[in-house]
Design a protein around this ligand. Structure first.
Ligand code: PMP
Length: 433
C-alpha cells in the first residue's frame, strides 16, 4: 500500500489557505514565458551593497572561522555594528545593547515567524492591517493564533483616525500582538509621528500584560522627498513592548542572503532567541560579517558621505546606501507618470519598494486585478502583481489594486515606461473591441 502523508492540522489548514499565492505563481510564470519586464516580485535586479559582498567573499575564501556556526543570537561583531548603526541613525534614541537587545535572524521572514512561535498561544489574537505583507497571516496561524484584520483605506492607506478607532475597538483580553509596518509594503505609506503616537496610545492602553508591538521596519531607509521614518519604539513607554524587525534584504538590497535582525528588550527576546536557535541555530556566518561591514559603511557623518562622492544622494545621517533610496524615488516618479498616462490612478507613496495603482475606471467593470495583470503582460509586456493576496477577504470580490516594484535599475523601469507609453489602456480596449 502506498504511503499516505499525514500533515499536521495546522499545515493542512495552511495548505488550503495558500490558494491566493498561486495567482502570484501564475503571473510570474506568464511573465517569464512572455519575457515580460517583471515588476511583479519585490527584489532588486542589481547586485546589492558592494561593501557587504566584498567582505563576505573575503570571509568565505580566507577566514575559516567565519565559515562555521556563530552564536545563536548572531556574530558579536554584527550585533555591535547594528547597535552602533541605530545609534548613529537615530541619535536621540536610547541605545540598544549589542549583546542582549539585538538578535540576528536568518531574514525578516524568519524574525516574524519565530516571534509568533515564541509569543503566541492557541487562541491568542494578533491584530494587523490590510493590505499586508502576505507572510504575516500564515506566521500567525501556524502559531495557533487568530489574525484580526483592520483595513487601511486607499489612496493614502494611513493609520488615520477611523482606522485607529477600529484598532482600539478590536482589542480584547486575548490580543497579544499588533503588527505595524512602516514604510509600508505594498502602499509605500510612511507613518507620521502623529499617526504613530495615536497608534502607540492604543497599544499602551492594553496595559502591562497587553499587546506587544511588532514593528516591521524593513524598508526604513527607503524614504522619498522629506518623509521621515519615526521608530515607534522611540515613543514613550514603547521601547519595552516593541520588537523592531529589520532586514539586509531591504537595507542593503541583498534579498538572497537571508540576514535580518530584531531589536527589542532582553526579556522579550529571550523566548524568540530560543525558538530561533531550535529552528535555524544561526544566520550564515560569512554573510553576517558582510552585513556588519555594510552597516559600518553607512550613517557616516554627512561630511564623510559628501566627500565620498555624490553629496546630493546623502540622506539624513549621511547614509546613501549606494544610491538605492534615490534610485527608487526616481523610478517611482517615472513609473507613476507612465502609469497615469496609461490611464491608471497611482497612489502616492512616501517610500518603500512599491507603487500601488488602481485600475478601476481604466478597465471594464468586469475585470479584476488578477485578470488585469495577465492582460498587461499580454498587451504591454509589463508584469505587476494583483493585490487581492494582500487582503483577507474571502469569497469572490473585485480587487482593483495592483502593485509594481520600483526596486529595479533605471533602464529596466524606463523600458517599462516606454512599453506602457505606446498605447493607453483605453486604446488597447478600443482595438480589441
Ligand atoms: N516585511 C515586509 C513588509 C516585507 O515586504 C518583507 C519582504 N518582502 C519582509 C518583511 C521580509 O523580508 P526578508 O525575509 O527578505 O528579510
Amino acid at each position: 500500500m502506498a504511503f499516505v502523508p499525514q500533515h499536521s492540522l495546522r499545515a493542512q489548514e495552511e495548505l488550503k489557505q495558500s490558494g491566493g499565492a498561486s495567482i502570484w505563481a501564475q503571473v510570474t510564470a506568464m511573465a517569464v514565458e512572455r519575457k515580460a519586464i517583471n515588476l511583479g516580485q519585490g527584489y532588486p535586479d542589481f547586485p546589492g551593497h558592494s561593501v557587504a559582498r566584498e567582505r563576505a567573499a573575503k570571509a568565505i575564501l580566507d577566514e575559516p572561522a567565519l565559515n562555521q556556526y556563530t552564536p545563536i543570537g548572531g556574530l558579536p561583531a554584527l550585533g555591535g555594528s547594528i547597535s552602533a548603526y541605530y545609534g548613529r541613525a537615530y541619535p536621540a534614541e536610547q541605545h540598544y545593547d549589542a549583546a542582549s537587545e539585538v538578535m540576528v535572524t536568518a531574514s525578516g521572514t524568519e524574525a516574524l515567524y519565530v516571534t509568533m512561535q515564541a509569543l503566541i498561544s492557541p487562541g491568542d489574537e494578533v491584530i494587523l492591517f490590510e493590505p499586508y505583507f502576505p507572510w504575516y497571516l500564515p506566521a500567525i496561524r501556524l502559531a495557533g493564533g487568530t489574525p484580526v484584520v483592520i483595513t487601511l483605506e486607499p489612496p493614502r492607506f494611513a493609520y488615520d483616525e477611523p482606522c485607529l478607532a477600529r484598532f482600539a475597538a478590536a482589542v480584547t483580553p486575548r490580543t497579544r500582538a499588533v503588527i505595524m509596518n512602516t514604510p509600508h509594503n505594498p502602499t509605500g505609506h510612511v507613518a507620521t509621528a502623529a499617526e504613530l503616537e495615536a497608534f502607540a496610545a492604543v497599544v499602551r492602553a492594553s496595559g502591562p500584560a497587553g499587546m506587544v508591538c511588532i514593528a516591521d521596519e524593513v524598508y526604513e531607509n527607503i524614504l522619498f522627498g522629506d518623509a521621515v521614518h519615526t521608530r515607534i519604539a522611540a515613543l514613550p513607554e514603547m521601547r519595552e513592548r516593541t520588537l523592531c524587525v529589520g532586514s539586509a534584504s531591504k537595507l542593503f538590497s541583498l534579498t538572497g542572503w537571508r540576514v535580518g535582525w530584531i531589536l527589542g528588550g532582553a526579556e522579550l527576546l529571550k523566548s524568540i532567541k530560543m525558538v530561533h536557535g531550535y529552528a535555524i541555530f544561526c544566520a550564515p556566518a560569512p554573510l553576517q560579517i558582510g552585513v556588519a561591514a555594510a552597516f559600518d559603511a553607512e550613517a557616516q557623518p554627512p561630511a564623510a558621505a559628501a566627500a565620498d562622492g555624490d553629496a546630493a544622494m546623502a540622506i539624513a545621517g549621511g547614509s546613501n546606501f549606494e544610491g538605492v533610496p534615490a534610485l527608487l524615488e526616481r523610478n517611482f516618479a517615472a513609473l507613476a507618470a507612465a502609469l497615469s498616462g496609461f490611464g491608471l490612478s497611482v497612489c502616492d507613496a512616501d517610500g518603500g519598494y512599491f507603487l500601488v495603482a488602481d485600475i478601476a475606471g481604466a478597465v471594464p467593470a468586469s475585470m479584476g486585478d488578477s485578470e488585469f495583470c495577465k492582460w498587461l503582460i499580454d498587451k504591454a509586456g509589463v508584469a505587476c502583481m494583483p493585490m487581492n493576496v494582500f487582503y483577507s477577504r474571502e469569497g469572490p470580490w473585485r480587487c482593483t489594486l495592483v502593485r509594481f516594484c520600483v526596486c529595479k535599475t533605471a533602464p529596466l523601469i524606463d523600458t517599462a515606461c516606454e512599453a506602457l507609453g505606446r498605447k493607453t489602456a483605453a486604446q488597447h480596449f478600443a482595438e480589441s473591441g
